[in-house]
Ligand binder design. Sequence first.
Ligand SMILES: [Zn+2]
Ligand SMILES: [Zn+2]
Length: 144
Amino acid sequence: MSEVTHRGSCNCGQVRFEIEGKLGKFGFCHCTTCRKASGTAFTANASVKRARVRFLTGEEAISRYESSPGVFRCFCSNCGSPIYKEKAEMPDTIRIRLGILDTPVGAKPLAHAFWGEKADWYDLKGDMPAYEDWAPVLKDEVEE
Ligand SMILES: [Zn+2]
Ligand SMILES: [Zn+2]
């Protein structure tokens, strides 16, 4: 295994984890379920191999909600912080919520996804491309 590159924790501190190696590319997802899961305008999630994530404490405190068939949103059952998202069809990969990292991400978002479902009060496109639904530039490429 390579060295620890990222550390994260939930708001109450019960869930703590480390990541080894690089995070996948990321953007902002404005889809309706991401807005509801985050409580704000969009989510920022990066893919990482499950084997590269090590929970130090609190893994048993993580609850899962199936937001669409086969897609699970995993959060701290004590404080509600979103921790990661997982898909039944991709069991080796999870999508870490970048907002819960305590270490710098060291990269910038590449695109807006599901701009067609965005909140009416959010218009800051910046210089990133915005796609009505899936953003092709964000296709998962994860370090093994
Ligand atoms: Zn917590
Ligand atoms: Zn989304």
